[in-house]
Design a binder for this molecule. Structure first.
Ligand code: DGJ
Length: 727
């Protein structure tokens, strides 16, 4: 039983794996947070909260204890206007213009498991996996109900939280702020971890000391974005990969987000995550409800590695589409860096022919295959094969793939429209714009208004038509710009602030409809690389193109950072050519393969240009990848050396039963007189003996983890080492 209500202390005791989360009913049915940390046996923790007289912290009229002030009380889901001056979790605006709310506990329900809700990405679990606590709160004056959800995973240190408003009054209410989670922690002795980035530089890890006031990451781009990932963690300053306390928060949402930590006057921290209140509003009509996205929180005292492994297990087993949880992934060759827009049928035939016999499973035809698409100025929206480049449509290409033992995949960017397109001629009103203002283009393209049902239906049928017509096993779903002129002609003026969230709800509806209709197709997420790499996309698509930067050295940082929150199988990583197309760097083929191979694997190059030696390496790599794929899909990931801290990087994967492992070590620029690198491995069984194939030697797990191995000195830049470890 993960959720208990302890009657005597009137407290809720939630146990998620090795963590406990406790709060209680305080006087007049206020919810006061007591504890979030290492697992405790159920006990009365009421002593952890005592009201203190504090100046400038008001006492509400109904307080029994005259020292009580919401301003100095850790709360579950705080509001503004009656004593707490810190950031509210929610803000409602009522007909008379007031924006004061006061929600109190009314009752609660405990349910087994967490079931799917239509068009709503969230973690899911059976009755054995998790329990969900629903706290029913009410603001009697406003006639509003608020339900707070806590989905508590039995064997994982993870709790999913979301909030739902129901308007029980007879008047419409405006939701102005609706965070998924608010958490008050009793001290501020933390570092703030975030994953910042840019196009081609996604999810770089940054760690700074928490300070008074607010530290936050947010998106106003209409997408989760390359720039600020909807993930933050608070780690003790001495927390490392292997030990120490950390609290992680990850929002399952693809749109505008806000994740923050605010340190107050008493050195306590308030953490909040949810839809970004900037540019957000929602009119809640009488009888209607509004559900926030789910935010996952994880606590561990076993370091950042354990935090990541918890998220990896949670996402692999309870978030990613079930058909792909255990399924082997195709090794893909993607046409983008091989030919960009410059191809015809004959060139594709040659590429396909030369990809044969290498152990590659799927050829993915990227951008450029549809009506007149010879560059990025035109054609988005016209999803029929270009008769000039492909006189036989996709049929001949697919047949050629088949002859060569390959499956076929295809690229779409369904949310977009080019001004030079047949679709725009027919439906200029479908492009997102503000009446009377010019379009702002990005990559010469506009965004379709996904809030509209006719647009949603168009996208569903355009993609379905191609998938029904051809034998396609893989779809790469791209999104190459962010949203400006946020506005929909179909919404009345006072509801325009709903646009950005409605866009995302429209997207989820489209994705759910298509992924349900085409369950044998593997959908890969993409947004100019990893610009919409978020847990909600992972709910629909088991893997996401991690970055447009395919350079091995840049990818070390990107994959290391991404692994903070995502399992390896969620990241697509391809071997590309040298000099690299994004940064011009020349790296050895082996290093490029080694970096890509710890993720969902593939190639982003022209196979016609591979030397015989490289072709042989590709064959061997693909065989090796198949050997270690169970580790990539199901293993425990250990980060050993951070590329953010020096010129080396290392990580390893260990099978759950600790009988198999693979370790990679990478160096960027070489140095003269290098120190001997002694590397300690992790995650092994200290009492077992392990054989390292590449060394032809055996060691105990204890030796490998506590004493470590002296790595050979490497000559030259950008070299890698790989060890295959078997018990
Ligand atoms: C951006 C993607 O990330 C690339 O891989 C490629 O698909 C291009 N778009 C095509 O336009």
């Amino acid at each position: 039983m993960s959720i208990r209500f302890l009657k005597e202390s009137q407290s809720f005791f939630l146990t998620a794996g090795d963590s406990s989360y406790v709060f209680k009913l305080h006087e007049n049915n206020r919810l006061v947070s007591l504890y979030y940390g290492k697992r405790l046996p159920p006990c009365d923790l009421s002593h952890l909260f005592k009201a203190q007289p504090r100046s400038f912290s008001p006492t509400p009229a109904d307080a029994i204890d005259p020292s009580f002030s919401p301003d100095a009380t850790p709360q579950e889901y705080p509001f503004f206007g009656n004593g707490d001056f810190r950031l509210p979790a929610g803000k409602l605006i009522f007909e008379n213009g007031s924006f004061i709310s006061d929600f109190r506990y009314v009752s609660h329900t405990i349910r087994k498991g967490q079931e799917a809700i239509p068009y709503f990405p969230q973690t899911l679990g059976s009755a054995e996996d998790c329990e969900t606590l629903i706290l029913h709160l009410a603001d009697e004056t406003a006639g509003m109900e608020l339900n707070l959800y806590y989905t508590v995973y039995e064997n994982l240190n993870a709790i999913g939280r979301k909030a739902e408003w129901i308007n029980r009054s007879e008047k419409a209410v405006q939701i102005d702020r609706a965070m998924s989670l608010s958490l008050d922690l009793p001290d501020d002795g933390f570092d703030f971890l975030q994953l910042y980035g840019a196009h081609c530089k996604e999810r770089h890890l940054e760690r700074t000391a928490l300070h008074h006031g607010m530290q936050s990451v947010e998106s106003r781009r209409g997408a989760s974005g390359h720039m600020n990932h909807p993930f933050i963690a608070l780690a003790r300053p001495d927390t490392t990969e292997e030990k120490g306390e950390v609290y992680a928060f990850h929002l399952i949402y693809s749109g505008n987000h806000l994740c923050l930590a605010d340190v107050d006057q008493f050195d306590t921290v308030r953490v909040q995550c949810g839809i970004n209140p900037f540019g957000f509003g929602w009119e809640l009509a009488p009888g209607k409800s509004f559900m926030t996205p789910e935010c996952v929180m994880v606590y561990t005292d076993a370091g950042l590695g354990a935090m990541s492994r918890t998220l990896h297990d949670l996402y692999r087993d309870h978030l990613a589409p079930s058909a792909y949880r255990n399924a082997s992934r195709p090794i893909v060759i993607n046409s983008w860096e091989a030919s960009y827009f410059d191809f015809d049928e004959e060139k594709l035939f040659q590429i396909i022919d030369s990809a044969a016999g290498l152990g590659i499973d799927t050829f993915v035809l990227d951008d450029g295959w549809f009506l007149g698409r010879n560059n990025d100025f035109t054609s988005l929206g016209d999803w029929t094969p270009d008769p000039v480049k492909l006189p036989n449509g996709l049929t001949s290409i697919i047949a050629r793939c088949k002859q060569n033992g390959l499956q076929f995949g295809i690229w779409f960017e369904p949310e977009m429209i080019s001004q030079k397109s047949k679709l725009f001629e027919l439906h200029p009103d479908w492009a997102v714009s503000v009446p009377g203002r010019p379009f702002t283009e990005s990559r010469h393209q506009l965004v379709l208004d996904l809030t509209r049902e006719d647009v949603q239906n168009f996208i569903i049928s355009a993609v379905s038509d191609i998938l029904n017509q051809y034998e396609i096993s893989y779809v790469k779903w791209d999104m190459n710009r962010h949203i400006t002129e946020c506005y929909s002609e179909t919404l009345p003026p006072h509801r325009q602030q709903e646009f950005s969230h409605r866009y995302i709800l429209g997207l989820y509806k489209i994705l759910e409809t298509l992924t349900n209709a085409f369950q044998d197709v593997l959908f890969e997420g993409c947004s100019g690389g990893g610009g919409r790499f978020d847990p909600a996309i992972l709910y629909y698509m088991p893997q996401i193109w991690t970055s447009d930067d395919s350079d091995a050295v840049e990818r070390m940082k990107i994959q290391y950072g991404t692994s903070l929150a995502y399992p390896l199988s969620a990241m697509t990583a391809h071997v590309s050519v040298a000099p690299n197309h994004q940064v011009g760097r020349v790296t050895p083929f082996t290093t490029r393969s080694d970096v890509a191979m710890s993720c969902s694997f593939g190639y982003e190059l022209d196979p016609r240009k591979l030397s015989e030696e490289e072709r042989e390496e590709v064959r061997k790599n693909n065989q090796y990848y198949r050997q270690i794929e169970p580790l990539v899909l199901h293993g425990d990931f250990y980060r050993l050396l951070s590329p953010f801290e020096g010129r080396t990087c290392s990580w390893m994967i260990v099978s759950k039963d600790k009988t198999k492992a693979v370790m990679w070590y990478f160096e960027s620029l070489t140095v003269p007189a290098p120190p001997v690198k002694r590397l300690r491995l992790a995650g092994l069984d200290p009492d077992r003996t392990y054989h390292i194939a590449e060394l032809g030697q055996s060691f105990t797990g204890a030796e490998l983890m506590y004493a470590g191995l002296n790595l050979p000195l490497l000559f030259g830049d950008f070299k890698s080492i790989r060890y295959t470890i078997t018990a």
